[in-house]
Design a protein around this ligand. Structure first.
Ligand SMILES: Nc1ncnc2c1ncn2[C@@H]1O[C@H](COP(=O)(O)OP(=O)(O)OP(=O)(O)O)[C@@H](O)[C@H]1O
Ligand SMILES: [Mg+2]
Length: 314
């Protein structure tokens, strides 16, 4: 379905968006890209959508990205991270523009759109101007527009940001039932990634740092549970706790520790925390998720910017 080989991309500013990325997908694959801000997710999705003039090779649906672009683009859907619409037109008018763009016959397009508006819970607002839509509604409209021409390759950048819990479940169902082709999407939501992905790709500073099924990646964690301890304490005390091997992360209000599922080391850890002068307000035991695997493999949190992005801000 697609094959990316030794792909590198430099922005005009000189920033390296991608470094020597290799990846491939076949029908039935649902590939989820995860990585901190600036790690290259959007750049990689844009390259796959044949929108970048990059180094290396991108082959999509049997065509090289630098030859038959029209044919390729007719068979893919690319929903970027920021939905763009003609705000004064209604949802259905915006979606019809996409149907026209793809040359769909009017009557056929109407019935497809009818289904999609129902599916994404937008039927009641389809005749309202998009300017009156919430962010989540605009994201859903973007998906309706993306799916109108029955694409074979879905390229979705942060598609679940802003979706309410019900829409999120519907979106996940929709993607999991999409068997005809391949899905490549970016999200840093570990729950969404685990439910959707047949394979997860971790990106860091434009490079692939790990890939595997959610279970394969989770199996790399030796520890079986994550204990979150809500505390109050001073910066200095926090620093002293960080040297404890069991403690994975310390933030101003929370200490996160990994340990075996029998939580045998927990009482001792709590004693240490109390002795250090912290007050404990709540303790939660949770299964580690893909964000913990990312932290373990890279030493970096999914919620912080990549080194390159940080450098750029300074
Ligand atoms: N238009 C641009 N011009 C210059 N540099 C860019 C541009 N877009 C992205 N970059 C840089 O390329 C790198 C990768 O950015 P990219 O947007 O692909 O990351 P991302 O993983 O999608 O981040 P986010 O989670 O914030 O969406 C970063 O260093 C970023 O600053
Ligand atoms: Mg992005």
């Amino acid at each position: 379905m697609f094959k990316i080989n030794s792909l590198s991309y430099k922005y005009l500013s000189g920033r390296e968006g991608l470094r020597d990325v290799c990846m491939e997908g076949v029908a039935g694959d649902r590939i989820v890209l995860m990585g901190p801000n600036g790690s290259g997710k959007t750049t990689l999705l844009s390259a796959l959508a044949t929108e970048l003039n990059s180094k290396g090779s991108v082959e999509v649906l049997g065509h090289s990205a630098d030859e038959n672009l029209q044919e390729v683009r007719r068979r893919i859907a690319f929903a970027g991270d920021r939905p763009v619409h003609l705000e004064e037109l209604s949802g259905i008018e915006n979606a019809q523009l996409f149907a026209d763009l793809y040359g769909l016959e009017r009557q056929y397009a109407e019935s497809v759109l009818d289904n999609l508006f129902t599916r994404f819970g937008l039927s009641k607002v389809k005749h309202f101007p998009v300017s009156s839509y919430s962010h989540g509604m605009k994201k859903k409209l973007q998906l309706v527009e993306g799916f109108v021409h029955s694409p074979e390759l879905l390229i979705l950048d942060e598609p679940t940001l802003g979706l309410d819990p019900l829409s999120l479940e519907e979106f996940i169902d929709f993607i999991v039932q999409f068997k005809k082709g391949c899905v490549v999407m970016a999200t840093n939501d570990p729950l969404v990634a685990t439910k959707v992905a047949t394979s997860v790709v971790f990106l860091m500073d434009g490079s692939v740092v790990a890939k595997g099924s959610p279970q394969e990646l989770l199996d790399q964690l030796d520890e079986e549970v994550k204990v979150e301890i809500w505390t109050s304490g001073s910066e200095q005390k926090i620093t002293s706790l960080e040297s404890d091997g069991m403690v994975a992360r310390v933030s101003p209000d929370k200490i996160v520790a990994n340990m075996p599922s029998d939580v045998a080391p927990l009482p001792e850890l709590m004693k240490t925390i109390l002795r250090a002068g912290f007050e404990i307000s709540r303790v939660e035991i949770a299964r580690p998720d893909l964000s913990d695997v990312f932290l373990m493999l890279t030493g970096r949190s999914l919620t912080e910017e990549s080194a390159v992005a940080r450098e750029q801000l300074t």
